[in-house]
Design a protein around this ligand. Structure first.
Ligand SMILES: Cc1cc2nc3c(=O)[nH]c(=O)nc-3n(C[C@H](O)[C@H](O)[C@H](O)COP(=O)(O)OP(=O)(O)OC[C@H]3O[C@@H](n4cnc5c(N)ncnc54)[C@H](O)[C@@H]3O)c2cc1C
Ligand code: FES
Length: 335
């Protein structure tokens, strides 16, 4: 049975299907609440419950501080309405280009990329409708473990969804993905989600910064830029970071993208290798961005994906130290 959710102080309302979250049902209805991770960690989807009954899916979610909890704040991505309710939440009426859809997906390929990264390719019956840089929520066959993974390809009518996934030692989801899931397995794929997607009407130069598995989302952005009608007039700088060159992979699809774009500059950065690293920058990837783009970075729109330490360092270097408008650094926190 659907529950009705009203947004206090507005005439907005939407239906929430049983078992769905407040955040996802708002997005499925075409509304745009503030959010990033969809996993309970970043805290950007905080709201207040004014009336009604809500189940908290992750009571210990790190996205809420003790103060938030004392003040009665909750996370829309971890709240499941159990009755019709009223909430106080920041929502824009600007609809997302693609409304998220929950569907089954079959694992078609696993391609090893590095010692701890692999490309997982899934197929759905419906077209893969998403913008470059977005992510999907994947629920493993146990029906409980769900994690966010960014697509590394671009939307297509074949229902093809590619992900670059890095193993987390002892991680609940990646242990299953790497050690148990076999080609032919079925998962539930819910998406697309995320705001850090390519803005097609933005004609500024593009810088993409990927750390570790963040290369997946950044490959999607580069491919998306290369598919634009004015690709031949566009310049993209791609920065890829890892501890050593063994941690870095450049998907083959980038080569074709490089031929369509006016220019594609690729720069690798290694933080823990000093010998035999070829022409890779020695240091963190955010330092490579500063070394190569310098003060010209304010001419760019920057997209980023990777560990929170990397995106935080990038935000400090580009926005606080070099004056890049915060709106021009786009990332959905990997936390
Ligand atoms: C927007 C976004 C995009 C991402 N894209 C990629 C990608 O393209 N490639 C990639 O390799 N990784 C990506 N990640 C990270 C990925 O979602 C996992 O965190 C990572 O694979 C480790 O998962 P694990 O279960 O193996 O590790 P674990 O250590 O078991 O779990 C790690 C994370 O899972 C989340 N988590 C833990 N418990 C719960 C719970 N009960 N409910 C919901 N979430 C929980 C937490 O955020 C935690 O940090 C992305 C994360 C986000 C938020
Ligand atoms: S905590 Fe809900 S979107 Fe990050």
């Amino acid at each position: 049975m659907d529950h009705h959710v009203s947004v206090v102080g507005t005439d907005l309302g939407f239906a929430c299907a049983e078992g769905d979250t407040l955040l996802r049902s708002a997005l499925r209805a075409g509304l745009s609440p503030t959010y990033e991770c969809n996993s309970g960690s970043c805290g950007s989807c905080r709201y207040e419950l004014v009336e009604g009954e809500m189940r908290d899916l992750r009571p210990d979610a790190p996205g809420l501080t003790a103060r938030d909890r004392r003040k009665g704040r909750r996370l829309a991505c971890q709240s499941e309405p159990l009755s019709s309710c009223s909430v106080r939440i920041a929502v824009s009426e600007q609809p997302a280009r693609h409304r998220p859809v929950r569907q089954t997906a079959d694992l078609r390929e696993i391609n090893r990329l590095t010692h701890d990264m692999a490309e997982f390719v899934f197929a759905t019956r419906r077209p893969a409708a998403f913008s470059p840089g977005q992510y999907a929520m994947i629920t493993l066959p146990d029906g409980r473990t769900e994690r966010a993974y960014s697509m590394s390809n671009i939307g297509n009518c074949h229902g093809n969804w590619r992900f670059v996934i890095k193993r987390t030692p002892g991680g609940s989801a990646t242990s299953v993905l790497f050690d148990h899931l076999e080609v032919g397995a079925t998962v539930v794929l819910d998406g697309p989600y995320g705001n850090a997607h390519l803005r097609e009407d933005d004609d500024r130069k593009i810088a993409c910064v990927g750390g570790g598995s963040g290369i997946g989302a950044m490959t999607s952005i580069v491919l998306g830029a290369a598919a634009l009608p004015d690709a031949a007039d566009r310049t993209v700088h791609l920065f890829v970071g890892g501890r050593t060159t063994d941690d870095i992979v450049l998907p083959e699809s980038l080569e074709l993208a490089g031929r369509r774009l006016g220019a594609l500059h690729v720069r690798t950065a290694v933080s823990e290798q000093h010998d035999d690293a070829g022409d890779a920058f020695r240091g963190f990837v955010h330092e490579a961005v500063v070394a190569d783009l310098g003060d010209d970075v304010t001419d760019f729109t920057c997209y980023a994906a990777g560990p929170p330490a990397m995106t935080d360092a990038l935000a400090r270097s580009l926005v606080i130290d070099r004056g890049l408008d915060a709106e021009l650094l786009r990332f959905d926190r990997f936390c």
